[in-house]
Design a protein around this ligand. Structure first.
Ligand SMILES: NC(=O)c1ccc[n+]([C@@H]2O[C@H](COP(=O)([O-])OP(=O)(O)OC[C@H]3O[C@@H](n4cnc5c(N)ncnc54)[C@H](O)[C@@H]3O)[C@@H](O)[C@H]2O)c1
Length: 429
């Protein structure tokens, strides 16, 4: 392609992050934005105007879909990405998807096949893989600094109770209210797979008890955390934990033990929660003699890749620039895009671990084999598996409760209260 990549953005709330990258990226042109929520659409349009662009704004996806563009960023509801991605790929557009990649196993298969059949680019915007600490771990792992992974931990602790009004708006069926505890798993699982390049082969899922001390906010699972124990294809074990646990600031930390050493981020440093303060990492490398080696501790600092552009974006530990940048580079066939962008297979590996972990949690924590959906012969077993907690997708027995012991039901007044707080611009207390 010897012109700028023309990109549209679907969803202008989180999508503002990608919009602001696109507005400054020399190889891309933001051409259209779609959001049904007018204030968000207006804000995005104003940002484009300020940058000197007169772009198309759509309230309706069907109108946006018809716009002439090469690629689309999906920053719409987290459980609806696969459905829109498949449609867009079939219409000839490259796709970058925010987290999560899919809501069901059937969608995982359909998404992979749409990418294969279209021959287009699919990139997964798991920005936690590009934080300074996680990205540095990937580079060092790739250099062989700690050998082959034996055990890893990934932690994404983010108690969203206070900000719940601002991220669910009092909507009873908002995806954040409907999701099961293991769903939002790729901030903790993603970096472990990205750093090591390994594939999960088995998962065992757990959910904690509900924290009933938190006032009702409309979360149908209740306030709890999801935990996934993965076995990787070399026999290594990973622990992933994410969700509403009490910790301020939150924790985004990773720990990788290998056959020749280990790497971990420093848990008392407030990672992205306080912008500009990045965690240190510690790297131990065993030398010639057993149990004797070197231990380094340092701030990894910002990635060297496209540093001039990247330094304008400090959010989420400096990671918010890279998914969009690598997506553009991959469309253009540039080496950084090929090397660092997360493809559909790895995206699905990251996402289905949560889906299958919840099956495990529903079934007394029995381990579940994670299929390798790269293999066509493994797909048929999952092609029609629509089980999830979303009544718009799962019918009859396929509709799962939002928590193993059953979904919480709330009166309208709970959602009205959350909505009032949102409209008043207030947090829950
Ligand atoms: N990677 C990260 O760090 C990070 C952080 C926050 C959110 N996210 C992801 O971003 C995505 C969006 O989350 P959010 O925080 O913006 O909240 P959200 O899901 O409530 O917002 C989605 C936006 O898309 C719009 N939208 C959805 N469906 C639409 C449709 N059919 N037509 C028109 N507009 C539509 C909504 O009006 C809303 O403004 C989710 O996938 C979430 O997981 C990622």
């Amino acid at each position: 392609m010897n012109r700028k990549v023309r990109i549209g953005v679907f969803g202008a709330y989180r999508g503002m992050t990608m919009i602001s990258v696109l507005l400054r990226h020399p190889e891309a042109e933001l051409v259209a934005i779609c959001d049904k929520y007018l204030p968000a659409l207006q804000k995005a349009g104003d940002a484009a105007k300020e940058a000197g662009l007169n772009i198309a704004l759509y309230e309706n996806f069907e109108d946006f879909f018809r716009h002439d563009m090469d690629a689309v960023v999906l920053a719409n509801y987290a459980n609806e990405h696969a459905t829109f991605a498949v449609r867009l790929l079939k219409s000839g557009r490259h796709v970058m998807s925010e987290v999560l990649p899919c809501e069901t196993m059937a969608q995982a298969v359909e998404l992979i096949e749409a990418v294969e059949e279209s021959g287009l680019i699919y990139a997964y915007a798991e920005n936690y893989c590009y934080m300074w600490h996680s990205f540095e771990m990937r580079e060092r792992y790739a250099r062989g600094d700690i050998g082959d992974v034996m055990y890893a931990e990934g932690e994404y602790i983010h108690d969203c109770a206070a900000i719940w009004p601002g991220i669910t708006y009092g909507q009873r069926d908002h995806w954040r209210n409907n999701m099961f505890p293991n769903f939002y798993c790729t901030h903790s699982i993603g970096p472990m797979l990205y750093i090591t390049g390994r594939r999960p082969v088995q998962v065992t899922g757990f959910v904690t008890q509900r924290n009933l001390t938190v006032p009702p906010l409309g979360i149908k699972s209740g306030e709890c955390a999801g935990i996934e124990i993965l076995t990787l294809d070399n026999g290594a074990i990973c622990k992933s934990v994410h969700g509403h646990l009490k910790r301020e600031p939150g924790s985004i930390n990773y720990e990788i033990y290998g056959t020749k050493g280990s790497m971990e981020s420093e848990r008392f440093q407030p990672s992205y929660a306080q912008e500009g303060r990045e965690p240190e990492i510690q790297v131990y490398r065993e030398g010639e003699k057993l149990c004797i080696g070197t231990t380094e501790r340092y701030h990894p600092g910002m990635q060297a890749i496209a540093a001039e552009m990247a330094k304008k974006f400090s959010t989420h530990g400096g990671s918010d620039f890279y998914p969009t940048h690598f997506f553009i580079e991959r469309i253009l066939g540039n080496p950084d895009g090929e090397k660092y962008s997360i493809d559909v297979y790895q995206a699905v590996d990251m996402g289905i671990c949560g889906i299958l972990a919840y099956r495990s949690a529903l079934n007394g924590n029995a381990p579940v084999r994670v299929p390798d959906l790269r293999n066509r012969e493994e797909r048929n077993a999952w092609r029609n598996d629509n089980k999830c907690t979303n009544p718009a997708v799962a019918k009859g027995d396929d509709l799962l409760p939002c928590y193993p012991a059953g979904s919480m039901e709330y009166p309208d007044s709970v959602y009205e209260n959350v909505r009032d707080l949102w409209l008043a611009g207030k947090n829950a207390e």
